[in-house]
Write a protein that binds this ligand. Structure first.
Ligand code: HEC
Length: 691
């Protein structure tokens, strides 16, 4: 051996040792995340939120051999929405009630679990299931936002808490479901709760100490107290009445991205409180239903773009935001993109906030005819914002919701879960008054008019995976599936797109043309986005399988074949041979009535309206449930003692809220009569007798 080759060997040994040693997960490593193919270090994998992995061991040729490597039950039947993060062979994910698990990414063995012990009584103030979308990793710590509004830093190796900050006022109905984001030494976190009446804001904490660095409110507060910034003073001119007494809304509950070059943070804001423009006495209600850019260093507004001025339909602009440099009209533009709930796909200049283009990405959008070509302001359809009942589309579930989308630089396409033709009876409640103890939509909870019947006749909504060309603003291809709800998306250099859906199938499609190449039955519905990583030279694909979220709990008819069940994390590799035997969940047979109550048809009918107002959000519309108990199957004791549960709160510590401040005993009896009658109807259809 020559001296030169001996040196070369020594050098390569040294290099491989130093490369394999886990590096600190600092700012430079986060900025280089695109090249760090083995890991998935942040929510959208890279700062631009592309959810694109350069890994290609699993590709369009080999994907047929993809099999289960390991799976782990997470002792929940509620929705799982998290993006697992992977750093050097350890996978960090979250489940129901903001519980964190750190697992061995290769085997699924649990390293540690951290339960922030969120009080289950808070369930009433969580609109859309007790979900969490994941953690953030930075310099050896794991950051978690909890349902009860805390931001917690954990020691990465052990899961031991290091600091905890009150990221929302715990005396108000705020919650946190989103993953914290990291931006140059700061942890950024938003909040939710606009349905209950709170004032939205986003906060930045020092990652090391947990000290609040800045807080940026999204809507103006009480003018008598003075405005926190000029931006909020300007916003106040777009409100009327005494909006601050209601909170205002505009909660930034998802979609946050950071551009380290421009040092700008972008985030979307939710609906105003209440939903109806007329109930807020008109105006654009800035900065609700908007995309905002703020300076990372101080949270001051750089620009804003309001997607739905004077929102009237719950069109949050909190969907994922994606950055890219696109050649548009012969010029490279730094853009930010969003497939908004309102049905339009927006492309904005992310340096200035200037509107570039916006087109509907689904069919059947009725609330607006188009966007103004210059300003991007929607041209509303006549009559849709009048203060009278109307069937509007998209529904408040949106043409696309929080489910992350992916972008492949190879195809230039954005892949997303779209919902076409979701319809909604939009009936205003002229008598609405703000009440801090209940939801504050401003919808007429007891609307019982002809539109309900008309809605039942309209064509059912459909879900589709859309490959969207953001330059041409048109679909390159669409893949239909039998359910409305589709999960988040992953794109890879293997020319693949992975997506799960409500009926429990996880599928891989060819990214360039949408041909389905592989699928796996996960046994329970999927809404979360898959991720991919590699350990010791093997590529893995991982996804949280757990049917839940707002749409699942509401369980609207026409949602297609949905699969509630036991939540788990599933991990695949080429040649994986592990098997899955998901235990049966729910009721396979129709109910057998156990109780007879004598109530007039009018009482039953009123009980039904009350049920669909107060209970359907968790126990399913018309008492046909998804993940939570189907009350048509309740046993005699449960039904007889329904008041103890609904008013007495005897199951509050299990997440069944007390309605003491909302319902009276007569109303609960009417609900009971309705549940009994629904059980009898379902039983009769199947020939089951009263037991
Ligand atoms: C925020 C979600 C939520 C809402 C809203 C809600 N529930 Fe529940 N409910 C639950 C959960 C979770 C459970 C299961 C608790 C457990 O594990 O026993 C439950 C259980 C129950 C049970 C016991 C079922 C059984 O067989 O064990 C009854 C009865 C019930 N709810 C009635 C109602 C009624 C009536 C309403 C409307 C007034 C309502 N719930 C609204 C979450 C909710």
């Amino acid at each position: 051996m020559s001296q030169a080759s001996a040196w070369a060997i020594l050098l390569s040994v040294f290099l491989s040792v130093s490369c394999n040693r886990p590096q600190t997960l600092d700012e430079s490593r986060l900025r280089g995340a695109a090249q760090d193919s083995a890991n998935w270090l942040m929510y959208g994998r890279t700062y631009d939120d592309h959810r694109f992995s350069p890994l290609s061991q699993i590709n369009e040729q080999t994907v047929a051999k993809l099999g289960l490597a390991w799976s782990r039950e997470l002792s929940t039947t509620r929705g799982l929405e998290a993006t697992p993060l992977v750093e050097d062979g350890v996978l960090y994910t979250t489940g129901s009630w903001s519980v964190v698990d750190a697992l061995d990414a290769k085997t699924g063995d649990v390293r540690w679990t951290y339960d922030p012990k969120v009080a289950r009584e808070r369930a009433y103030f969580i609109c859309c299931d007790v979900v969490n979308r994941g953690v953030a990793l930075y310099r050896g710590k794991v950051y978690l936002g909890t349902l009860d509004g805390r931001l917690i830093a954990l020691e990465g190796r052990s899961g031991t808490p290091v600091w905890s900050a009150a990221a929302s006022d715990s005396t108000k109905p705020y919650s946190i479901t989103s993953a914290p984001r990291i931006a140059k030494g700061l942890v950024i976190i938003g909040n939710a709760g606009a349905e209950y009446g709170v004032r939205g804001y986003i906060s930045a904490y020092d990652a090391e100490s947990g000290k609040l660095s800045w807080r940026c409110y999204t809507v103006p507060g009480d003018p008598a107290q003075g405005f926190e910034s000029k931006a909020l003073k300007d916003a106040a001119k777009t409100w009327t009445g005494e909006w601050w007494k209601v909170g205002g809304g505009g909660t930034p509950w998802e979609g946050i991205v950071y551009d380290p070059t421009l040092d700008l943070l972008y985030f979307g804001t939710g609906n105003p409180t209440a939903w109806y423009r007329a109930l807020r006495r008109g105006g654009d209600s800035l900065y609700t239903a908007s995309i905002l850019a703020v300076h990372r260093s101080n949270g001051q507004l750089a620009w804003y773009f309001q997607t739905t001025p004077g929102d009237n339909w719950d069109f949050d602009a909190t969907q994922p935001l994606m950055q890219a440099d696109l050649t548009i009209g012969g010029r490279v533009r730094k853009v930010i993109m969003q497939a908004n709930k309102n049905g339009f796909f927006y492309v904005l200049d992310r340096e200035t906030g200037k509107f570039i283009s916006g087109t509907p990405f689904v069919s059947g959008v009725t609330w607006a005819t188009r966007l103004d070509r210059e300003t991007g302001r929607p041209i509303e359809s006549p009559g849709y914002a009048d203060f009278r009942p109307v069937i509007a589309s998209p529904s408040p579930d949106g043409a696309h919701n929080w489910n992350p989308m992916a972008f492949s630089p190879a195809t230039g396409l954005v892949y997303l879960a779209a919902k076409a033709g979701t319809q909604f009876v939009h009936a205003p409640d002229a008598k609405w008054k703000y009440n801090p103890d209940r939801t504050n939509l401003g919808l007429d909870p007891l609307y019982d008019g002809p539109l309900n019947a008309r809605l039942a006749w309209l064509p059912a909504a459909k879900g589709e995976l859309v490959a969207w060309d953001p330059v041409k603003q048109q679909a390159a291809w669409r893949a239909n599936y039998p359910t409305v709800e589709g999960g988040g998306v992953l794109a890879t250099a293997g020319n693949l797109v992975f997506q799960g859906r409500a009926d429990g199938w996880l599928a891989a499609y060819r990214a360039s043309d949408g041909t389905r190449l592989w699928r796996f039955d996960a046994g329970t519905g999927i809404i979360a986005p898959p991720v991919t990583y590699s350990v010791d030279g093997t590529q893995y694909v991982s996804v949280m399988a757990g049917w839940g979220g707002g749409a699942a709990l509401f369980n609207a008819p026409g949602s297609g074949p949905v699969r509630p069940g036991y939540g788990r994390i599933l991990t695949f590799k080429l040649g994986g041979t592990a098997t899955l035997n998901p235990p049966a969940f729910g009721h396979q047979e129709p109910p057998t009535p156990v109780l007879s109550v004598s109530a007039s048809p009018r009482v039953v009918h009123e009980g039904g309206l009350l049920f669909n107002t107060h209970c359907a959000g968790c126990h399913g519309i018309n008492a046909v449930a998804g993940p939570l108990p189907d009350l048509r199957y309740s046993n005699r004791d449960t039904l007889e003692r329904i008041e103890d549960t609904v008013l007495g709160g005897n199951r509050a510590s299990l997440g069944m809220p007390s309605f003491q401040k909302i319902l009276n005993p007569i109303e609960v009896r009417a609900i009971q009569a309705y549940i009994v009658s629904r059980a009898r109807e379902s039983a009769k259809a199947a020939g089951n007798q009263l037991k």
